[in-house]
Design a protein around this ligand. Structure first.
Ligand SMILES: NC(=O)c1ccc[n+]([C@@H]2O[C@H](COP(=O)([O-])OP(=O)(O)OC[C@H]3O[C@@H](n4cnc5c(N)ncnc54)[C@H](O)[C@@H]3O)[C@@H](O)[C@H]2O)c1
Length: 420
């Protein structure tokens, strides 16, 4: 496939790694983002995505084949364009305004023979119904026919050193055979293995199955963790034992709730569409959402009970939270359960301090003081709560220094440690 100019719309957690990889395999890449400060930071070599070290960004900028910009006019003459803009919820319903905006802005630069691929997570039908209409209207061209249109879900797992963009199989699709060939041909240059499917709807559903599967299984194990505590059975040991079964079981671990841009949101795209199209409820998703949403409250109750046993109330206690991000080894606090836990503890009158080495200061919840993980902080806390299990925390130090630890991640072991 003879293609050199790639446009990546959205330079966030998904778009930036794609742009970097494409530069590295020889593309001329324009990274469009409406966030001016983000673009300025990228242009000066400052990366805000943990998986993209500044050095890698610098190397891309040095090639002069990576240009971050806010201006859609820089898309002119593109061969392939990837759209990686956010797909959040608004009042519980899909908010596709970013895709709409991107489609309208990109449309005038669509020309015969080019390929546009949506990567944002969304409900089945978005590519063929919404994006196609926007691009056709703005360009005066048609797909299939004049330009190629496809969908390929992103599977990036921030902070995962084993499975990276290039070695994770990529599901690819197109609105017709010709589009599929173009989409597949493009990604074969970016990743080691592609998985072609018959339609964009199948590809869109694939992503939602993956995330709904995780959301539901995490909810199952979370509910079991709550029940096992009441039954006085060690859920963590039971999970480890179950995981020795070499077939038919996949291990999920309980935690303080789910967060980030995927699990709390993506399954709702599917349940919303099922409701709208079929008038039916997607019951597993609703139940999983309920259970996972209740986990921060459960953590707070357990901390409250633990302090009570030690003759203390939450009100007036000094609490040290370890980790605020929604998952380990990242600073991403979007929808993190730590935010809910913090809000509840503050409302109960606690003094809340937190250790979060990856946090950007403006994302830290109001009323929380960020501190370093020191013996002094650990000794001064009435309770230490392990919320996010970043690998670089010294869990031995925590377990052996703190008076009382509530560990929602099973990282500490000592007599003063209570686990979720
Ligand atoms: N982050 C992940 O781990 C992950 C994994 C798989 C799928 N996804 C999906 O990928 C999509 C993007 O997620 P993300 O985490 O990269 O989001 P993000 O917020 O990190 O990045 C999106 C970027 O798009 C920019 N943007 C918004 N509207 C724009 C427009 N009209 N034109 C140009 N730029 C625009 C924003 O300024 C932002 O910088 C979402 O649909 C998400 O569900 C994310």
């Amino acid at each position: 496939m003879d293609c050199r100019k790639l446009v990546v719309v959205g330079q966030g957690y998904v778009g930036l790694p794609l742009a970097m990889r494409a530069v590295e395999v020889g593309f001329d890449v324009v990274g469009i983002d409406l966030d001016e400060s983000r673009v300025k930071r990228l242009a000066s070599g400052e990366s805000f995505v943990e998986d993209i070290p500044a050095q890698r960004l610098d190397s891309a900028l040095d090639t002069r084949r990576y240009r971050p910009t806010t201006d859609y006019a820089d898309a002119a003459g593109f061969d392939v364009c990837l759209i990686t803009v956010p797909t959040p919820l608004r009042d519980g319903a899909p908010d596709l305004s970013h895709i709409e905006q991107a489609g309208r802005a990109l449309g005038p630069y669509v020309r015969p023979g080019c390929t546009v691929i949506l990567e944002s997570t969304t409900y089945p039908g978005t590519t063929e119904e919404l994006l196609r209409r926007l691009l056709e209207t703005a360009s005066g061209l048609q797909s299939p026919g004049d330009f190629h249109l496809g969908y390929s879900p992103e599977r990036i797992d921030p902070g995962n050193p084993r499975w990276r963009l290039e070695n994770t199989p990529k599901v690819v699709s197109g609105v017709d055979e010709a589009a599929l060939r173009q989409v597949d041909g493009f990604y074969r240059q970016i990743v080691e293995r592609t998985v072609p499917v018959d339609s964009t709807r199948v590809a869109e559903l694939t992503k939602l199955i993956e995330n709904t599967f995780r959301q539901v299984n995490i909810a199952l194990i979370n509910e079991l963790a709550v029940l096992s505590h009441e039954l006085d059975i060690d859920i963590w040991q039971a999970i480890e034992a179950a995981a020795t079964k070499p077939f038919g079981f996949m291990s999920f671990r309980p935690g303080p709730g789910v967060g980030g841009h995927c699990l709390p949101i993506d399954p709702c795209y599917l349940s919303w569409q099922v409701k709208r199209t079929l008038g039916r409820q997607f019951r597993f998703v609703e139940l999983a959402n309920d259970i996972n949403h209740e986990m921060p409250e459960h953590v707070v109750h357990r901390v409250m009970a633990g302090l009570n046993q030690r003759g203390r109330a939450v009100n007036g206690s000094r609490l040290l939270l370890l980790g605020l991000a929604y998952k380990k080894n990242t600073g991403d606090m979007r929808d993190s359960p730590a935010i809910d836990i913090t809000r509840r503890l503050l409302a109960l009158g606690a003094e809340v301090r937190a250790v979060e080495p990856y946090a950007e200061p403006h994302h830290v919840p109001d009323g929380v003081v960020i501190v370093d993980l020191t013996e002094r902080e650990l000794r001064a806390a009435d309770a230490v709560v392990v919320v996010t299990d970043h690998d670089d925390f010294d869990y031995d130090l925590v377990a052996h220094t703190a008076r009382y630890v509530f560990d929602a991640r099973n990282r500490c072991a000592a007599d003063n440690v209570e686990r979720l």
